[in-house]
Design a protein around this ligand. Structure first.
Ligand code: GTP
Ligand code: MG
Length: 196
C-alpha cells in the first residue's frame, strides 16, 4: 500500500462531528496499551501520527485520520483502563455503540488483542458486540515479536478459543517492532477499502 498522505482530521466526541466525506472507514479497537497507536503508525510508516489527544479516563473521543484522501482510519478509545470511573465507562459504551450502530461507511473493524496473553473478558465482550452489530471484523494479535515463532501457533489457538472466533473471521499476528504481518494486514484491509 502506497501512503501518499496521512492526516489527522478530528477528535470527535459525538456523531455530529464525524466527517461526512463518505469515505470508506476502517476502525481500530482494543484494550488500552495493546499497541493500537503503534500499529496505526506502523501501517502508515509514521512515527507519531496516532498519538491520542484524549487521555484514557478523561474525555474520550474517536480520532479520524484521512489516508490518501481516499479512506479513513478511525482510532476508537481503548477499554480496560484500570482508573476509569463508572461514568466514563458508561460514556465509552454509549459512544462505541452509537458508532457501531450508525456508521454507514464503516467497512471493517480491526480488533487488537495481545498475542502474549489469553484475551480478557473485555476482549471477549468486544468481539461479541462487534458480531452483534454484524460488522466485519479482523483480529490482529499484537506484540508477536515477544513470542518465539515456535510458540506462536499455540498462542493463536488460545486467542481463537477464548474469543470463540467464528470460522469466517481472520486472525493476523503482527509486530510493530519488526513489522511482521504488515503486508498481510494491508492486503486484507484493501479488500474492504476497495471492494471489487
Ligand atoms: P493507549 O492508546 O495508551 O491505550 O495504548 P495503545 O493501544 O495505543 O498502545 P501503544 O501503541 O501506545 O503501545 C503500548 C506499549 O506497547 C508501548 O510501550 C509500545 O512501544 C509497546 N508496543 C506496541 N506494539 C508493540 C509490538 O508490536 N511489539 C513490542 N515489543 N512492543 C509493542
Ligand atoms: Mg494509543
Amino acid at each position: 500500500m502506497k501512503i501518499m498522505s496521512a492526516d489527522y482530521v478530528i477528535s470527535a466526541v459525538g456523531p455530529k462531528q464525524y466527517p461526512e466525506d463518505g469515505f470508506a472507514e476502517i476502525a481500530f479497537i482494543g484494550r488500552s496499551n495493546v499497541g493500537k497507536s503503534s500499529l496505526i503508525n506502523a501501517l502508515l510508516n509514521r512515527k507519531a501520527l496516532a498519538r491520542t489527544s484524549c487521555k484514557p479516563g478523561k474525555t474520550q473521543c474517536i480520532n479520524f485520520f484521512d489516508i490518501n484522501k481516499e479512506f479513513f482510519f478511525v482510532d476508537l478509545p481503548g477499554y480496560g483502563y484500570a482508573k476509569v470511573s463508572k461514568e466514563a465507562r458508561a460514556t465509552w459504551g454509549k459512544m462505541i455503540e452509537a458508532y457501531l450502530k450508525e456508521r454507514d461507511k464503516l467497512e471493517l473493524i480491526v480488533l487488537l488483542v495481545d498475542l502474549r496473553h489469553s484475551p480478557s473478558q473485555d476482549d471477549v465482550y468486544m468481539y461479541n458486540w462487534i458480531k452483534h452489530f454484524e460488522r466485519p471484523v479482523v483480529v490482529v494479535a499484537t506484540k508477536a515479536d515477544k513470542i518465539s515463532r515456535g510458540q506462536r501457533a499455540k498462542h493463536v489457538k488460545e486467542v481463537k478459543e477464548k474469543l470463540q472466533l467464528h470460522p469466517g473471521d481472520k486472525i493476523i499476528t503482527f509486530s510493530s517492532e519488526t513489522k511482521d504481518g504488515k503486508e498481510e494486514l494491508w492486503q486484507y484491509l484493501q479488500e474492504y477499502i476497495y471492494p471489487e
